[in-house]
Design a protein around this ligand. Structure first.
Ligand SMILES: [Zn+2]
Ligand SMILES: [Zn+2]
Ligand SMILES: [Zn+2]
Ligand SMILES: [Zn+2]
Length: 368
């Protein structure tokens, strides 16, 4: 790119020596943007020129003003280089390099020149009615093909080349032979390209390839949350908040006080690693009146049932499993504080029968 620019500069210096085959490629995006702007630019002049006038309407002055408008823009764009080089210091720094902005300013100046007496009233200039009227005229002009887009494109291209004296938006290269020109055109930074990403048909100037690629919705990129997947940019947001394994989720035991947040792919591991903590928290909730030591002891005892406990992945199912296990461990004469001291392993064999006969005084709080 840098060497391209050097080349361009040499070419500008060589201007008088005259290779005669010009590359006339240009930035089609910005030229299109300028062509689009010409219509509202003209409509504004037409509206402000005739507002409050009972004899003249925007439609009536449109043909004449269009001619004047094009002449005005052409003349301003031709003298732009000379005007800009006179500017010094701050003024030069403030001057825009963007051909669209430069030409939009010319268009504004034209509309200002064309304002009639009523059009100069600031209340009118700021009114919504004026905006609506301009929009209506633009629409009318579009529908009636009053100023066809290809004609506006041709004007925009000329204006662009006039104001873009640095060659940032159009190619200024010239060649001695058509062969040299053809060779250049194939690799010119202003040649038109179609995005190569599958599903995307965007057309752009070659120099904008990188810019487009960085934003192309169809570009396949690695997951922003660093999971192993790669997917289209436009699917990224959805992926990251739904099925991305690295999506951060709350521990399902947050409602009983576990504050952990973990990537969803490690949730199972967290549930496994924090089993004792989760059991204790669920027990604390179901036995509010029990002492911390008792609950701790109870949780330790229940650890011998780790395979059953591990299958419970949320508060509800862990509560059920614990309720079931407690019932199995429960001796008929047991109380809340002593009941779980019997050997857990000897009671597991009766699991099926004891399941249904859990003493009510232990389980009343379970569903809180
Ligand atoms: Zn070129
Ligand atoms: Zn694309
Ligand atoms: Zn992901
Ligand atoms: Zn947890």
């Amino acid at each position: 790119m840098a060497s391209d620019m050097e080349h361009v500069r040499e070419e500008i210096e060589d201007e008088n020596r005259g290779p005669s085959f010009h590359c006339d490629l240009y930035d089609t995006e910005i030229s299109h943007k300028i062509a689009q702007m010409l219509l509202p630019g003209l409509a504004t002049a037409c509206v402000d020129n005739t507002t409050g006038d009972i004899f003249r309407t925007p439609a009536l002055v449109a043909v004449d003003l269009r001619k004047e408008f094009v002449e005005y823009l052409t003349q301003r764009s031709e003298s732009f280089v000379a005007e800009t080089t006179i500017l010094e210091g701050d003024l030069a720094a403030e001057a825009s390099d963007d051909p669209y902005e430069i030409i939009a300013d010319f268009a504004d100046d034209f509309a200002t020149l064309k304002r009639n007496l009523f059009g100069r009233i600031s209340g009118w200039l700021l009114s919504e009615k004026r905006e609506d009227k301009i929009d209506d005229i633009v629409q009318e002009m579009e529908l009636s093909k009053f100023w066809a887009i290809d004609r506006r494109e041709a004007i925009a291209r000329t204006l662009l080349k006039n104001v873009d004296f640095k060659g940032a938006f159009h190619c200024v290269m010239k060649f001695d032979t058509t062969e040299d020109l053809a060779e250049h055109v194939a690799s010119c930074g202003f040649r038109s390209m179609i995005c190569a990403n599958e599903g995307c048909n965007t057309r752009f100037t070659a120099a904008h390839l990188e810019k487009h690629d960085l934003a192309c919705p169809f570009k396949i990129i690695p997951c922003e949350q660093n999971c192993s997947e790669s997917l289209m940019r436009r699917e990224m947001d959805r992926h990251c908040i739904t099925n991305c394994p690295m999506k951060v989720v709350k521990c399902p035991f947050y409602q009983v006080g576990c504050q952990s947040t973990v990537p969803q792919c490690t949730l199972k591991q967290h549930i496994h690693d924090s089993l004792r903590d989760h059991v204790l928290r669920v027990l604390q909730r179901s036995h509010k009146e029990a002492s911390a030591d008792d609950l701790k002891r109870q949780a330790e005892q229940l650890e011998s049932f780790s395979s059953e406990l591990a299958s419970a992945c949320d508060v509800k199912s862990l509560t059920m499993v614990l309720k079931d296990l407690e019932a199995r461990l429960q001796q008929p004469e047991a109380t809340m504080t002593t009941g779980l001291q019997s050997d857990a392993h000897t009671t597991t064999s009766n699991a099926e029968q004891t399941e249904v006969s859990s003493p009510a005084h232990i389980n009343t709080d379970y569903q809180n």
